[in-house]
Design a binder for this molecule. Structure first.
Ligand SMILES: Cc1ncc(COP(=O)(O)O)c(C=O)c1O
Length: 487
């Protein structure tokens, strides 16, 4: 005999209780949004040192107070991305209704490994990937999969590239890898490309780093030299990865040039457009991704400059069937024929087995606003990037330096007030300045290093940021520098 349902389970599944909690939580989320957007919190990133934060939570989690107070505290202690002073990392400031989509899809919790787990999200994914692929310029017949993050999308694209190389490589799934493959990528590329290659068993030598020019883009000469050097070392170069754009400085590779190179060398052309591929939706900035239409594969994060909550990535292939290259696996409990290219069983094409209902998140944006909103968002964020660069230039006489003219919404700059500092001293100064700012705010700005120099780095992700916020941020750094790191 089955015991009666435990009161805890009864409570957990009670729809009326859920409705009551929902009302309270929604009220708090709206309050959080209002406070963030009107900059009512002291800081956009409420810095505490990691040890202190852990002590706080070790103590707090010993005293459960219930869902509503817990979520309220999480909101108070977390980064407020909707605060216009948040200018840090490349995560979307999500359109808040993404939270409502999350509410519905989290409750439904349909998986995406096979059609039967989630018929609606599977079919929507198939439709959307072809449709959006064509918006990116890929030809009719393109397709793809949605996955959890650009890191995973880049790995899966390179697995497809490896398999497409033909010959022995084609049999890699059965026989394993000979460790002799390799790819070419910019020395400014995101670290996940290097990680993917090493994960594939090709080691450090499998990554042919292509030097970049003053604008941080790969050159044809650099590509040719890197290709020849790889071949000389006995490497089989299977792919070239173009960055659209790079992470540190937001520089776009010349994708037309790379497409020509890939065509002439007979290798796979992958575009890591995790951050910057959405430029394709903007009339003003689409030129930055000219040539992406010739790629074999493109990775694009909906959770960066497309307003969708993380994680939500599209991996697009120039031909739908390329999506079956990475994996060929039997799984009798899920599908019967590993070789059968059934589009509806996404597990055949994705690294993940269960995945979230990602297509609903993207469909919701299109349903509510259409793809125009992505162009409008890109325009606004890139315009903010230009505006910040102009402001840094205008303050040159106070010791501000711009690393390069921004192409996107990523701007690198630094303040070296005395003009007499050596490189190491200037780097040290920038690190201390940024640390002081991190601890005291109120804005949030990150740090990077390239060309031997440490830079402050802003990624302008919030369309609600205004010029006055940019001025206030630069003023704040000047005040910290003048007052010995404290104000
Ligand atoms: C160019 C580029 N590629 C890949 C990634 C990794 O993407 P994700 O964080 O979605 O795994 C990033 C993240 O910032 C990126 O900027």
């Amino acid at each position: 005999m089955l015991e009666p349902l435990h009161p805890l389970l009864k409570r957990a599944y009670d729809p009326d209780r859920f409705a009551q909690l929902g009302e309270e939580v929604l009220r708090d989320v709206v309050e959080h949004l209002k406070m963030a957007q009107s900059q009512e919190r002291a800081r956009s990133m409420p810095w505490t040192n990691p040890e202190a934060e852990m002590v706080h939570w070790s103590d707090r989690l010993e005293r459960p107070e219930g869902l509503v107070p817990l979520l309220k505290e999480v909101m108070e202690r977390s980064n407020s991305l909707h605060d216009p002073r948040y200018m840090g990392h490349q995560v979307a400031v999500p359109f808040p209704e993404g939270g409502l989509v999350g509410l519905v899809t989290d409750v439904l919790n349909n998986g995406g490994a096979i059609y039967e787990m989630g018929p609606t999200n599977s079919a929507m994914e198939e439709v959307l990937m072809a449709k959006i692929g064509q918006m990116l310029g890929l030809p009719e017949g393109c397709g793809g999969v949605m996955c959890h993050g650009g890191t995973l999308a880049n790995l899966v694209a390179l697995l497809a590239a490896r398999r497409s190389a033909g010959g022995e490589a084609e049999d890699v799934w059965e026989r394993g890898d000979d460790g002799k493959g390799g790819i070419l990528v910019s020395d400014q590329a995101h670290y996940c490309v290097d990680r993917a290659v090493r994960t594939m068993g090709w080691g450090r030598e499998g990554v042919g780093l292509v030097p970049t020019d003053a604008a941080h883009s790969m050159t044809r000469k650099g590509l040719d030299q890197a290709f020849d050097a790889m071949v000389e070392k006995g490497r089989r170069v299977v792919a070239v990865v173009g960055s659209a754009c790079t992470t540190s400085s937001g520089a776009y590779d010349d994708l037309e040039m790379i497409a020509d190179f890939a065509e002439q060398r007979g290798i796979w052309f992958h575009v890591d457009g995790a951050h910057g591929a959405p430029a394709a939706f903007s009339k003003k900035h689409a030129h930055l991704v000219a040539g992406m239409d010739r790629a074999d594969s493109v990775a694009m994060d909906f959770h960066k400059i497309m307003g969708v909550p993380a994680l939500c990535t599209g991996l697009f292939y120039r031909q739908h069937e390329m999506g079956f290259l990475p994996f060929t696996q039997s799984a009798e409990y899920l599908w019967s024929d590993a070789e059968d290219p059934e589009w509806w069983n996404f597990g055949k094409r994705t690294f993940e087995c269960t995945k979230r209902m990602l297509s609903t998140r993207v469909a919701a944006v299109l349903e509510e606003y259409g793809p125009e909103i992505w162009g409008v968002l890109v325009d606004r964020l890139f315009e903010l990037g230009q505006a910040l660069a102009e402001r840094v230039r205008a303050r040159q006489n106070r010791g501000w330096e711009l690393a390069m003219s921004p192409q996107a919404n990523i701007v690198c700059f630094r303040l070296v007030p005395t003009g007499t500092m050596g490189e190491e001293e200037a780097n040290d100064f920038t690190k201390k300045l940024r640390q002081a700012h991190l601890e005291q705010g109120p804005q949030y700005v990150v740090q990077t290093r390239f060309g031997g120099r440490v830079w402050l780095r802003c990624t302008l992700m919030n369309p609600l940021t205004e010029l006055s916020d940019l001025d206030a941020m630069l003023d704040r750094f000047e005040a910290l520098a003048e007052n010995g790191w404290r104000t």
